[in-house]
Design a protein around this ligand. Structure first.
Ligand SMILES: [Zn+2]
Length: 249
């Protein structure tokens, strides 16, 4: 009798687990995916994804530079009096130090986008720290100063990011809207950005393609030429990420 009851209880528990475990695992995977890629996630370290919505300014950001075509982008930004933020890779800065210095001299903000642009999920915390630390050193040696902002390659954070950010004094920056300028047409990039852009928006575009030499960024350049005048017509100003986070009103 007691055996029978035990068997019955076991069967009930197994049936119950069969029902509740998959959703728990799925929910866990969902939380992890959000932590890794969610634009507002703080799970793997402090991060921002938008500025003050009461402030009529947007922050245009460019990842993966500097590249050989970055000076063309600087010309367009100059034409519209726009300040921007460049999340550069250390290895690109060592390849093109004069262009990195040109970006700095034009008054734009520079952030750390890692050294080798790795996909950091499943990487050891020491690897993540060392890659960003190598880039910080390159910025110090090339520009005389190290960034206080960083953006994760592919927007992917992982275990070890929080510790790395604390040790290197880096605040994470995601985005309000990403242009997908490495795969869409200039028109589609414009539409995505212009649909989303309003007070406090952080826009993510690219002036490079990972650590590739001589990347083709014509779509990004064309998109920026269309986006800047349209946003100016809407009464929006262009500020760096640091400015948009701490607006002077
Ligand atoms: Zn990138």
């Amino acid at each position: 009798m007691i055996d029978g009851v035990a068997k019955y209880v076991n069967t009930q528990i197994c049936d119950h687990l069969r029902v509740i475990v998959p959703p728990i695992l799925a929910a866990g995977a969902g939380v992890l995916a959000y932590g890794v890629r969610g634009r507002s996630s703080q799970i793997f370290g402090p991060s921002v994804w938008r500025g003050d919505p009461r402030h009529n300014a947007v922050a245009i950001t460019f990842d993966d530079g500097p590249s050989e075509s970055t000076p063309l982008l600087l010309d367009t930004l100059r034409q519209y009096g726009a300040s921007a933020t460049f999340f550069q890779c250390g290895s690109n800065v060592r390849r093109l130090p004069a262009i990195a210095r040109e970006v700095q001299a034009a008054g734009h903000e520079i952030g750390n986008h890692s050294d080798s642009h790795p996909l950091c999920c499943f990487r050891a915390p020491a690897f993540i720290h060392d890659d960003f630390a190598r880039a910080q050193l390159t910025f110090e040696q090339t520009l005389g100063t190290a960034p206080s902002l960083m953006r994760a390659p592919f927007g992917v954070r992982w275990f070890g990011y929080r510790d790395m950010q604390a040790k290197l004094g880096l605040r994470g920056v995601m985005w309000t809207v990403i242009g997908l300028d490495w795969k869409l047409s200039a028109e589609a990039v414009c539409n995505r950005v212009l649909r989303a852009a309003s007070n406090g928006t952080i826009v993510c575009l690219h002036d490079g393609r990972g650590c590739t030499a001589r990347p083709d960024i014509r779509v990004s350049l064309e998109a920026v030429k269309r986006i800047l005048p349209t946003l100016l017509e809407r009464g929006l100003r262009f500020e760096t990420v640091s400015q948009i986070l701490c607006p002077v009103t």
